[in-house]
Design a protein around this ligand. Structure first.
Ligand code: G6Q
Length: 544
């Protein structure tokens, strides 16, 4: 494990293999093996993954699995499931899998089975959600809650927003759910401007309960409430609940710890949407549907843990990502869900993937000499087809794509769903096989225009199909990416569970804040930063 990745024989064999198969084409692969599309497909936890349109041969896969073995990916996976402190720089276990373990499971951290703790919180969340949903939980003036605003940022926001949007069809339509994350006051003001404070519940989500943005917005929410509810501090208890690991800070803020839902240091922020951080999701879709979502996560956990590498979805997706990232030099991965409900899924994945694997040193602190985490990005289809797909089809960069589609619509409307899904299949086909100059000419295209209409093809993609978007299938999909990220991080031998890179900016912001407030404060930054601050002071002071 401590051997440098690029010196491993398995890595070098992959490099040599890449040189040999560089000129291969997907078109030829399918000509050579007409059944390739059926053979290179696997199913797990209700997801069907077609990975046949990837630039891989059986030899490539054999070498990638060999690399995974040499890197001890399965042993690292087992260490995670066991509760070992695999987040080495923070000396923490990484146990998001415990958040969806069934009641009778046993997962130990420091000699304590954490599963009963998980279920105790889930049960309290369920009881609270039921009270809010039934109208039994009343605001300060006796009105039931109709609006829920979740305040959090990063891992304490992106998951809940994504899940709410994804599962909107299952949500209480007579309630309003909003999410406030940005310290830009526009976020809070726009989220509350048309709401009645008497009917509004704030969920303050912060693992540490010290995050600048969240605490600032939480204070704004408290002021808003007090002002609208006649200034009675007792109102807070009826309109604020907290999700945190930090009881002391929650108390200090003035939220009754009776109304606090906890989690643990072994849950990373970006892996927390299925912890109490998902309280807004549970209120929206109800405790039973939330448990269905957890069951979906768990099904993918079991698949990842128990399935042989060759048929293991996260293993395959993780290794394919390494293949393109490190051998083809691909810089990005496009995630293209053909589901409007998944419109925030790419944004959610950006944090999951890039905060996890955007690392430049190994676990031992050595600078890596290979690329780590690729850039994940995307938009729902078909919209993206009318904007950036052009570059994927005809640009000069290789962009592996993940297409995600559902076979049944939640909103049957004529044959619109067929139109949607036809585009999934057509896009991956077009990317893989393109259109040659001969084909373009044969269509009668003038010679001068023909080169512009050529699509070279050979653009790789995965297609993930699922029967229907449900809480369960959302759980499987998120867990698929969580574990794919894990596989990549294990190959690169990095800490996928810390995020030290976000600290420096926070420290510098803390220094700048008083310099904006006190315009006489001495500026001791570089000349660019000093000039920008001076310009801000000048223009800000001109406000009416
Ligand atoms: C996630 C990160 C980060 C974190 C936010 C919010 O893995 O650690 O995005 O979730 O900074 O932190 P708090 O929940 O502590 O407010």
């Amino acid at each position: 494990m401590n051997a440098l990745l690029t010196t491993l024989p398995e890595w070098q064999a992959l490099r040599a293999h890449w040189h040999l198969m560089r000129g291969s084409t997907l078109k030829q692969f399918f000509v050579d093996e007409p059944q390739r599309g059926e053979r290179l497909a696997v199913e797990g936890a209700g997801l069907y993954l077609d990975y046949s349109k990837n630039l891989v041969t059986d030899e490539t896969l054999r070498l990638l699995f060999g690399l995974a073995r040499a890197r001890g990916v399965e042993q690292r996976r087992d260490a995670m499931f066991r509760g070992d402190r695999i987040n080495e720089t923070e000396k923490r276990a990484v146990l998001h899998v415990a958040l969806r373990a069934p009641r009778n499971a046993y997962i130990e951290v420091d000699g304590r089975n954490v599963v009963p703790d998980v279920h105790e919180v889930l049960d309290r969340m369920a009881a609270f959600s039921d009270r809010v949903r039934s109208g039994e939980w009343k605001g300060h003036s006796g009105k039931p809650i109709r609006n829920v605003i979740s305040i959090g940022i990063g891992g304490s926001d992106l998951g809940p927003v994504m899940a709410y949007e994804a599962l909107r069809d299952y949500s209480r339509r007579d309630m309003t759910f909003r999410f406030v994350s940005n310290v830009d006051p526009a976020d809070f003001v726009e989220a509350t401007r048309d709401l009645d404070a008497e009917e509004t519940l704030f969920i303050i989500c912060s693992k540490t309960f010290t995050t600048l943005e969240t605490l600032t917005n939480a204070h704004a929410a408290r002021d808003w409430c007090l002002q609208k509810l006649g200034g009675d501090a007792k109102a807070i208890a009826k309109h604020f609940v907290a999700v945190s690991t930090n009881r002391k800070e929650v108390e200090k803020f003035g939220i009754d710890t009776e109304n606090m839902f906890g989690f643990w240091d072994w849950v990373g922020g970006r892996y927390s949407m299925d912890s109490a951080i998902g309280l807004s999701t549970m209120i929206a879709i109800g405790p039973d549907a939330f448990r269905d979502m957890l069951a979906g996560f768990h099904a993918m956990d079991l698949h990842f843990k128990d399935t042989t590498a060759e048929r293991n979805l996260p293993m395959l997706m993780g290794l394919l990502s390494v293949w393109y990232n490190d051998f083809f030099g691909a810089q990005t991965v496009a995630v293209l869900p053909y589901a409007q409900y998944l419109k925030r899924f790419p944004a959610y994945l950006q944090q999951l993937t890039m905060e996890s694997n955007g690392k430049h040193v190994t676990l031992a602190g050595k600078r890596v000499d290979y690329d780590t985490g690729p850039i994940y990005w995307g938009e729902p289809g078909t919209n993206g087809q009318h904007s950036f797909y052009q570059l994927i089809h005809q640009g000069t960069r290789l962009i592996p794509c993940d297409f995600i589609g559902f076979c049944q619509s939640l909103n049957p409307l004529g044959d619109q769903h067929d139109l949607l899904m036809a585009n999934v299949f057509a896009q991956s086909e077009a990317l893989a096989f393109g259109k040659t100059l001969e084909q373009v000419r044969a269509e009668g295209t003038p010679a001068w225009l023909a080169p512009h209409r050529v699509c070279e093809g050979n653009r790789p993609s995965n297609t993930i199909l699922c029967e229907r978007l449900t809480p369960y299938s959302l759980g499987t999909l998120v867990a698929l990416y969580e574990h794919s990220v894990f596989v990549q991080g294990a190959i690169w031998n990095i800490d996928s569970f810390d995020q030290w890179g976000v600290e420096l900016g926070k420290q510098l912001a803390a220094k700048v804040i008083p310099q904006l407030r006190d315009t006489n404060a001495k500026l001791d930054h570089d000349s660019s930063t000093n000039a920008l601050i001076r310009r801000y002071r000048k223009w800000a002071s001109q406000r009416a």
